[in-house]
Design a protein around this ligand. Structure first.
Ligand SMILES: Cc1ncc(COP(=O)(O)O)c(C=O)c1O
Length: 377
């Protein structure tokens, strides 16, 4: 501040919620790390991206659309919403597009929360929930997660603990299934039991960013649940199995009434023209999804076996990542791996200081990671 400025600090002028916020810490771009470390062949297993890359159909759609980038996109995303509605067996009025599903998480807080309201989520759940809740000055009610020694779902969501955090001020409950960074999940029966016990005045945000990677028998029956629970808002993304993270596109499915409310706070052109075209085309490439999921399943088994051989325990996962207990300071080990060009995600910011979260890569990447890990331990 200049000495003549009447303002001591702009921090004091920010809203109370924003003053308390810690910004989300994204991983450094690979190019920057390589420059810093003087290496050229690093692998990034840090942000739960799809290592296979986007579907060729998506790339073709982008090439075909690129001539039109001087025009605004279709603000309502008519073609994509219609296709998504068809895919899920719902009406197009139930689909809301977001600049990544992250955007939807923010829209829902802006539509439903004020500083007088609260949102409920679990310990160790996705880092964006506290940010979007605090940004609007609302209160977070954080539910205790299952203990680390829990028989089947260590550090997973505890349905009873979540319910206990709901009170008269609560307008939203966030449930990530599977959750990031733990990879843990609730079964459809457990989720349904939870939904039945949540008052209709509370919006249930069921975050299904990784749902394509789940085993078939525990995939949520989306269409049926949307019919049964008018307070349900399901978020989905093209960033994970569809491999379009850099384009930023996701969506939600809800009742038309909730979709209408989200659309009131949504920027008119929140999803871009290339993202809409690529997302639409990707939906036609079921083979690419299957290939990605199969590769993920094989990679998961490979990493689990390797961790067992290294006598490291890991959390059960239904995502394209796995969190492993490295029995030492995760941040220090992360730095050592980094020096060898292997970029993973330390999760001390999630209060899991002895864990590292590893995105499941190609077989070659997984092998390089395991060899490097063994040498760094
Ligand atoms: C659980 C969960 N939800 C939502 C997102 C947001 O993804 P995007 O904004 O790319 O759709 C992520 C991304 O990592 C996630 O892990």
């Amino acid at each position: 501040m200049s000495s003549s400025s009447p303002v001591n600090s702009y921090l004091q002028l920010a809203t109370a919620g924003v003053q308390m916020l810690t910004p989300y810490q994204p991983g450094k771009p690979v190019e920057e790390l390589e420059r810093e470390l003087g290496i050229t062949d690093s692998i990034k297993l840090a942000s739960n991206e799809n290592p296979l890359g986007a579907s060729p159909l998506a790339v073709e759609a982008i090439n075909k659309t690129i001539h039109a980038i001087n025009y605004y996109p279709d603000g309502g995303g008519y073609a994509l919403c219609s296709r998504l509605a068809e895919k899920h067996g719902v009406d197009a009025s139930q689909v809301t597009l977001g600049n990544g599903s992250n955007d939807i998480l923010e829209l829902v807080t802006r539509a439903f929360l004020t500083p007088q309201h609260s949102a409920v989520y679990s310990e160790y759940s996705f880092a964006v929930y506290p940010i979007v809740v605090q940004a609007v000055g609302a209160t977070a009610h954080v539910a205790r997660a299952c203990q680390e020694n829990h028989a089947s779902m260590p550090l997973g969501h505890d349905a009873e603990a979540l319910l206990a955090q709901i009170d008269d001020t609560t307008r939203i409950i966030f449930i990530a299934n599977p959750n990031n960074p733990t990879g843990t999940w609730l079964t459809p029966a457990q989720l349904e039991d939870l939904f039945r016990r949540i008052d209709e005045t509370v919006i249930i945000v069921l975050d299904l960013a990784y749902t394509e990677y789940m085993d078939e028998q525990i995939k949520p029956p989306i269409r049926q649940w949307l019919q049964q629970y008018p307070n349900l808002l399901i978020t989905r993304t093209f960033s994970k199995v569809y491999a379009l993270a850099g384009l930023r596109i996701g969506y939600s499915l809800s009742s038309p009434e909730i979709a209408d409310l989200l659309n009131r706070v949504r920027q008119p052109f929140n999803t871009n023209i290339l993202a809409q075209a690529a997302a639409l085309a990707s939906l036609d490439d079921a083979e690419h999804v299957t290939k990605s999921v199969n590769m993920n399943n094989a990679g998961k088994l490979f990493l689990q076996k390797a961790f067992t051989e290294l006598q490291l325990s890991y959390l059960p996962t239904m995502g394209n990542f796995i969190s492993v207990n490295v029995k030492q300071d995760g941040m220090a080990l992360y730095q050592r791996l980094l020096q060898q060009g292997v970029i993973v995600r330390p999760v001390a910011n999630y209060a899991m200081p002895e864990y590292l979260r590893i995105t499941i890569g190609t077989q070659q990447q997984n092998e390089r990671f395991v060899e490097t890990l063994a040498s760094c331990l």
